[in-house]
Design a protein around this ligand. Structure first.
Ligand code: 13P
Ligand code: SF4
Length: 301
């Protein structure tokens, strides 16, 4: 039996489902039961009747799946797959910001750890930041940790957004994907539509035709008649897009790699299924963090 068949046999024995983020390497995407963005993965985690959820994404995503499913076991094949941006907002900083802005609501990006989420009124993903900010009655919204997503939300809402922390960012989108990279692709492919993730710098968002999360990019590639797309987000999003639309062309920014997303491999998936060690979120934190996640899922139905 080869490695992949062994993985499939273990998966069957454990009654496991494989949820995989759009930024995973091709060989991991190919093993997915469902591949999608962070919002879609939350929904699938909530709806599954599997006993084990093997989650190929980063720490905060696996935590969300565990929070939504206290009775199921969530496996993260490489436990070092941690999103550095999620680590930029400790819970203590959210509590401090609340004290300084007692009349403000708190909307946190799903890219935060459970302890920070436990302090939020509402969670958002890249698919719905403006919708979530506008869903609350408060005029001022504390928003974090991504300053570029905050910029995008501020552009589309009349509310006042206060960043928490002031300087949170995703290194893949903020440092490894620059305006000059997109301009070079535009020069090489003048007919291509530019899709950019809202974690990109404002100066990249400004030259994009559409600013969208990865789920929105999938829809745009489907709905637009264009045949060529410049994809300003993590590079393996192009594998996902090309698989769904083999007759269209998708041009990535080659330097836009998320090293943490690349930690999972078929070998590590095999190991995780052979000796399962589920992700744990402390019960009292999970209980508090569930509320703002659940509220987002209800509001964005
Ligand atoms: P999506 O919400 O588009 O899946 O993005 C998640 C993420 O980590 C982007 O860097
Ligand atoms: Fe975190 Fe950025 Fe990687 Fe997304 S791409 S998981 S925000 S480091």
């Amino acid at each position: 039996m080869d490695g992949i068949n062994e993985i499939l046999a273990l998966k069957r024995d454990l009654n496991a489902v494989f949820l995989v983020h759009n930024y995973q390497p091709p060989e991991v995407q190919d093993l997915a039961d469902f591949c999608g963005d962070s919002l879609e993965l939350c929904r699938h985690a909530q709806e599954t009747d599997a006993d084990y959820i093997l989650f190929c994404g980063v720490d905060f995503m696996a935590e969300c799946a565990a929070i939504l499913n206290p009775d199921k076991k969530v496996l993260l094949p490489d436990r070092e797959a941690r999103c550095p941006m999620a680590g930029m907002l400790p819970a203590e900083e959210v509590r401090k910001a609340r004290e300084e802005h007692p009349d403000a609501a708190v909307v946190l990006y799903i890219n935060t750890l459970a302890e920070a989420k436990a302090e939020a009124d509402l969670v958002c993903t890249s698919a719905n930041p403006v919708e979530m900010v506008d869903a609350l009655k408060e005029r001022t919204v504390l928003f974090g940790p991504d300053k570029n997503l905050a910029w995008f939300a501020q552009k589309h809402t009349r509310k006042k957004i206060v960043r928490v922390p002031d300087d949170g960012y995703c290194y893949t989108h903020h440092l490894r994907l620059l305006r000059k990279d997109v301009e070079a692709l535009k020069a090489a492919h003048p007919n291509a539509v530019v899709l950019a993730h809202p974690e990109c710098n404002p100066d990249v968002q400004e030259i994009a035709d559409r600013v969208l999360g990865t789920g929105g990019m999938m829809h745009a590639a489907h709905e637009l008649r264009a045949r060529e797309f410049i994809v300003a987000t993590e590079k393996d999003m192009c594998y996902r897009l090309k698989k769904a639309h083999p007759h269209k062309e998708f041009y990535p920014v080659e330097s836009a790699v998320c090293d943490q997303m690349k930690k999972h491999t078929p070998f590590k998936i095999h190991e995780a299924l052979s000796s399962p060690e589920p992700v744990r979120v402390e019960r009292h934190i999970a209980k508090k963090a569930l509320r703002p996640i659940q509220r987002m899922l209800e509001l964005s139905e």
